[in-house]
Structures are given as structure tokens and as C-alpha cells.
Design a protein around this ligand. Structure first.
Ligand SMILES: Cc1cc2nc3c(=O)[nH]c(=O)nc-3n(C[C@H](O)[C@H](O)[C@H](O)COP(=O)(O)OP(=O)(O)OC[C@H]3O[C@@H](n4cnc5c(N)ncnc54)[C@H](O)[C@@H]3O)c2cc1C
Length: 469
């Protein structure tokens, strides 16, 4: 049952992807959402910043969307920005000897479409490719329910169980999983990692395809402001929520630095640690969803922007196996011929204490190792962005602390007009833009009883017959 009737004001705290997604679906359902966002831009952890040194607009970090991200793609479509995403069907890998492996779907049905590419990867020896094939087969046969039986263990433990050698784990499994889940195989929950392979690489031929925005991230969210305002919604940028107001029975609005915003319902779309600061003890007592907020951990990501005098990279991206850096992205060349390269290091705990100089030295060493044309060249401009609290840590068992959008979590009573969204909620996905949008759609549906999460792409016929989903 909806807890606020259409036409009523709903306060959404947080203008990241979860908040934007919830707001768009609520305005479509006839509600009047008011998005309260402390920063001057929408997009949260997936947005752009103005580099204070140069005044240039740069993204906090390269963000990648995969073909399996049905809800994020749906949101881009609703915002009419899908044409700003460029899709890449070939994934380029490199390793110590600088050879490039191209991973691309062959004209074979899922789950076999990537098999020929994997079979040709020079990154792996013949014996190592056999090891990978064995585990892929195991992952296919486990299916969705089967992966949950591994929930209490790490993916590293799963790989040990499958007798994977250290070199295959390091060069192949760890490279994919660290980027996808922002934790290395020794820490990430096996169920999360198995899901990445099942849904991202095996279920159907399109899912692995990688989308990269062709505009700054913040430009993807500009239409949201117009769409909301044109339909009775509001967007308050630069407004910080201080508390969610509670009268003992339900929430009544949001206390902000600029005054009280009364609302018939509240959607929290802030990270779990921020929500913990917005709720009172009385709210925690009344709602079991608010009682485990302190139990989730975080994992950092480091993004390094580098500008070189000349073009050093023609490929759109490069996955670096057996390097410190995991990805290099080609961000284009400006009118002066300078190339902008972006390096990404996920699960970057050991980098957080380094100075910019130390970071750049290590990153440039990898750029030289991977790109022959870069040898001898130093960047003319750099910008390191450390995101210490980039994502929640998808460790084994973390799913039990991820709350649902609507009250009634774990059988407990809850605050009927408080809805939770954010990539850390119980979407079943690791912390991703897709998870954030799913959570926003779920919160809007729980509040309004219309809409809901967009379904996954159906698995291919053979993948389904093999039990993948
Ligand atoms: C460096 C980095 C790289 C990443 N790469 C990828 C990738 O390639 N692909 C991918 O899918 N995902 C990636 N992610 C993860 C992805 O960015 C997040 O999962 C997603 O953006 C989270 O969205 P959200 O709306 O749940 O939270 P957030 O984006 O954190 O949004 C919460 C919003 O709430 C606001 N807020 C907080 N407190 C208050 C308050 N008191 N009052 C008002 N507003 C408040 C914040 O300013 C923020 O805008 C990456 C994340 C990082 C940090």
C-alpha cells in the first residue's frame, strides 16, 4: 500500500544515482519529489568535479556500464542520454610482454560466445586456460541458487576449492574481480564474484559489452533537473540534510541547514554512514533496517588523470593484467594534441597513504610498461583522486547487513513512510551504478506501488538449459 498519495511531497535525501532514479520514477507516478543534495552537482560518487588547479571539468573517476546493467540503461533512456554512451564490444587486455589480447563475442550462443577469445589469450598458458575453462564450467553449472551456497566464503576460497594456481588467480580472476567488486579475491564474497561471471560474461551475448560515457558524467544527469522541475518536483543543490524528523510514528520531513522540509514520506539515498548520522536512537529502535548501519565496511578506489604532450594510446581502453594499475582509459586528445589518459586502481588500500608524487611515479611506470609509445614520456599535468569510501566492501556475509527499500526487513517492524535506497541496500548487486539505480527504483515502487526494478536480460537458450538462471 502506498504510504503517501500521489500529489504529495516526498523528500529524497541524496542526489546520487539512487536518489535520481527514485525521483524520476516518483515524479512519473504523480508524486512531488524534492531532491536534497549537499553538493552543487548531481551524481554523488559517479560525477564530475572542477579541478581546482586548472578549472577543468573532470570526472571523479572513469565509470563503466556493462550491457547487463538493465536498470541504469533504463534510467539513461528515461533521461534521454543513451546516445551519450559509446558501446565497446571488444575488451583489450595486455600483460608483461605488451601483447594485446582482444576479448570479443564469437558467433556462438551464450555461454560459449567468449570461449574462443579466452582460448586465444596469450596472457595465459595452455594449461592455465584449461584451469579457467574448468572454473567457468563450474560457475555455469552452479547457477543463481548454487552461488548462494558460497555466501559465507571468499572467492579466493572458492578458487582454492577449484584448485586454481596462483598465477591464474593473479593474472585473470583477480583482475576482473577487483575491478568489478572493488575488493580482491581474498576479501570479496564468493557469491558476488560468481554473479559477475554468471551475469556479466556467461548469461547472454550482450551482457559483457562495455559502455563508456562520451560526455562528463555530470552531463548525464542534467536532464533529470529539467524533467523533475517540469513535473512538479524540485532539486535543491548545495543543501545539506542534518536530520530526518520522526514523531514517534512516522517521519515528517527533513531538517536541513536551510530550514525544515515537510514531507509525507522520506527516501534516504545517502551512503549508510551518512544515514547513520541522520537518524535518531528512537528511529533505530523503531526500525530494524537502521540497526546494522555501522556494520558495513568500505573499500577505496584511486583514479589518476594524466595528460601527455602527444598521443601515446590509440585503443579506447586497456586492461592491465599483472600490473599495479588495472585499467587505462583513453579520454581523447585536445586541440593542442595533448592526450588525456585515466588510470584506475580499485581496492586501492595500500595507495591511500601515498603522496601524489609517489602515486604518479608508480602509475607512469605501468603506463611505460603497457604502452610502447609512452616510454621516456612524463605527463605534463596530473590529478589524483582518492575515493577512500568509494564503495561498501562486498565481503562474505555483508548481504545480511544490506536493508530492503521498504520497512519490515528481517520480519521487524519499521517506519512505514521511510524508504531506503543506495548501492549498499539489498539489491543483490555489488556497489555499482546499476545497484544504485535498482535501489532507487525499488524504493519508488515500495512507496508508490507502481513501477519497480527492470528485469535482467533473459539468459540465452543454452545458458538457461545449462541451469545458469
Ligand atoms: C572512484 C569510483 C569509481 C567507480 N567506478 C564504477 C564503475 O566503473 N561502474 C559502476 O557501476 N560503479 C562504479 N562506482 C560505484 C558507483 O559510483 C556507486 O555505486 C554509485 O554511484 C552510488 O550511487 P548512490 O546514489 O547509491 O550513492 P552516492 O553516489 O554516494 O549518492 C549519495 C548522495 O548523497 C549526498 N549526500 C550525502 N549526505 C548528504 C546529506 N546529509 N544531505 C544531502 N545530501 C547528502 C552525496 O553528496 C551524494 O551525492 C565507482 C565509485 C567510485 C567512488
Amino acid at each position: 500500500m502506498p504510504t503517501a498519495s500521489p500529489g504529495r511531497r516526498v523528500a529524497i535525501v541524496g542526489g546520487g544515482l539512487a536518489g535520481i532514479a527514485a525521483a524520476i520514477r516518483l515524479v512519473e507516478a504523480g508524486y512531488k519529489p524534492i531532491v536534497i543534495e549537499s553538493r552543487k552537482m548531481l551524481g554523488g560518487r559517479a560525477t564530475s568535479i572542477v579541478d581546482p588547479r586548472t578549472g577543468e571539468l573532470i570526472d571523479n573517476c572513469q565509470h563503466v556500464v556493462l550491457g547487463c546493467c538493465t536498470n541504469l540503461i533504463d534510467l539513461y533512456d528515461r533521461l534521454d542520454v543513451l546516445d551519450k554512451i559509446q558501446w565497446h564490444r571488444t575488451l583489450y587486455w595486455t600483460h608483461a610482454n605488451r601483447e594485446i589480447d582482444r576479448v570479443r563475442a564469437a558467433p556462438l550462443p551464450a555461454p560459449f560466445h567468449l570461449l574462443p577469445s579466452f582460448a586465444r589469450m596469450r596472457l595465459l598458458s595452455r594449461a592455465e586456460r584449461r584451469e579457467v575453462r574448468r572454473v567457468m564450467w563450474r560457475i555455469i553449472r552452479l547457477g543463481g541458487p548454487g552461488r548462494l551456497t558460497w555466501s559465507g566464503l571468499t572467492f579466493g576460497e572458492f578458487l582454492d576449492h577449484c584448485k586454481q594456481s596462483d598465477s591464474v588467480t593473479r593474472k585473470f580472476w583477480n583482475v576482473i574481480i577487483t575491478s568489478a567488486c572493488n575488493l580482491d579475491v581474498k576479501r570479496v564474497g564468493a557469491a558476488y564474484a560468481i554473479q559477475v561471471f554468471q551475469e556479466g560474461f556467461l548469461a547472454n551475448r550482450w551482457s559483457y559489452t562495455m559502455g563508456l560515457p562520451t560526455v562528463p558524467l555530470v552531463a548525464l544527469y542534467e536532464p533529470a533537473k529539467d524533467l523533475l522541475r517540469a513535473n512538479g518536483g524540485e532539486v535543491c543543490l548545495g543543501t545539506s540534510a542534518k536530520a530526518i524528523a520522526f514523531d514517534g510514528r512516522g517521519v515528517t520531513g527533513v531538517v536541513t541547514a536551510d530550514g525544515f522540509i515537510e514531507a509525507a514520506a522520506v527516501v534516504s539515498a545517502v551512503p549508510f554512514d551518512r544515514l547513520d548520522k541522520l537518524v535518531s536512537n528512537a528511529m533505530r529502535t523503531s526500525d530494524t533496517r537502521l540497526q546494522s548501519l555501522g556494520r558495513l565496511e568500505v573499500s577505496p578506489i584511486l583514479g589518476v588523470h594524466l595528460w601527455f604532450e602527444h598521443t601515446i594510446m590509440d585503443l579506447p581502453h586497456l586492461i592491465l593484467a599483472d600490473h599495479d594499475v588495472q585499467w587505462l582509459f583513453n579520454k581523447g586528445t585536445d586541440e593542442l594534441g595533448r592526450q588525456h589518459i585515466h588510470a584506475v586502481i580499485s581496492a586501492a588500500d595500500e595507495w591511500m597513504g601515498l603522496t601524489e608524487g609517489q602515486i604518479v611515479e608508480r602509475v607512469v611506470r605501468d603506463v611505460h610498461r603497457a604502452l610502447p609509445r609512452a616510454v621516456g614520456m612524463q605527463p605534463t599535468q596530473v590529478r589524483c583522486i582518492k575515493e577512500r569510501r568509494a564503495t561498501f566492501a562486498a565481503t562474505p556475509g555483508s548481504e545480511s547487513y544490506r536493508p530492503s527499500a521498504a520497512p519490515g526487513y528481517a520480519g521487524g517492524e519499521g517506519i512505514g513512510n521511510l524508504f531506503l535506497a543506495g548501492d549498499w541496500c539489498d539489491t543483490g548487486w555489488p556497489a555499482t551504478m546499476e545497484g544504485a539505480v535498482r535501489s532507487g527504483y525499488a524504493a519508488a515502487a515500495a512507496l508508490s506501488s507502481v513501477g519497480g526494478v527492470i528485469e535482467d536480460i533473459p539468459p540465452g537458450y543454452i545458458a538457461r538449459r545449462l541451469g545458469l538462471r
